[in-house]
Write a protein that binds this ligand. Structure first.
Ligand SMILES: Nc1ccn([C@@H]2O[C@H](COP(=O)(O)O)[C@@H](O)[C@H]2O)c(=O)n1
Ligand SMILES: C[C@@]1(CO)OP(=O)(O)OP(=O)(O)OC[C@H]1O
Length: 160
């Protein structure tokens, strides 16, 4: 069986926080605000996987009221989500994601993000694509108030 899922997430950019996107700590004057490390890209991918599995969303699995997830490493959250897919006999077909950010420039860090994601999803790097776009200075992303990310995944059930 093949299943697809999509995910979308937004986090606010504020001073005094690290800017962690796709598991990469990007040097920038502002960082992402959240209960966890606020890794907007990994949250979108996690939600896409949970969507494909019809298992709800990351807020359901990792409540932002739970101190266990305070400043949590989203790579670990993604690994947990991937375990749910593996336990149901799925492998990754492919994942494709877009980061929407006026700044910082993501391109130099994308190969590192792809490596982090492929490692967490136990797949080849050719199965993972990460893109970035500005929103041409329009809207909250364009004003630099936050970063958004969206993702789609295709999961393939290799055993029944
Ligand atoms: N935060 C970003 C945004 C964009 N990029 C790269 O720049 C290219 C052009 O962006 P447009 O919004 O003008 O389409 C885009 O294709 C990305 O390669 C980036 O690295 N970081
Ligand atoms: C990851 C969790 C849990 O720490 O918190 P945040 O970092 O605030 O992220 P969000 O995308 O708002 O939702 C999921 C949360 O429950």
């Amino acid at each position: 069986m093949i299943r697809v899922g999509q995910g979308f997430d937004v986090h606010q950019l504020v001073e005094g926080r690290p800017c962690i996107v796709g598991g990469v700590d990007i040097p920038f004057a502002k960082g992402l605000l959240g209960h966890s490390d606020a890794d907007v890209l990994l949250h979108a991918i996690s939600d896409a996987i949970l969507g494909a599995l019809a298992l709800g969303d990351i807020g359901k699995h990792f409540p932002d009221t739970d101190p266990e997830y305070k400043d949590a490493d989203s790579v670990k959250l993604l690994q947990h989500v991937w375990r749910l897919a593996k336990d149901r006999g799925y492998i990754l077909g492919n994942a494709d994601a877009t980061i929407i950010a006026q700044a910082p420039k993501m391109a130099p860090y994308i190969p590192q993000m792809v490596a982090v994601i492929a490692r967490a999803l136990e797949c080849g790097e050719s199965q993972v694509n990460v893109k970035a776009t500005t929103s041409e200075r329009l809207g909250f992303t364009g004003r630099g108030e936050g970063i958004a990310a969206q993702a789609v995944v295709c999961l393939i059930q290799s055993q029944s």
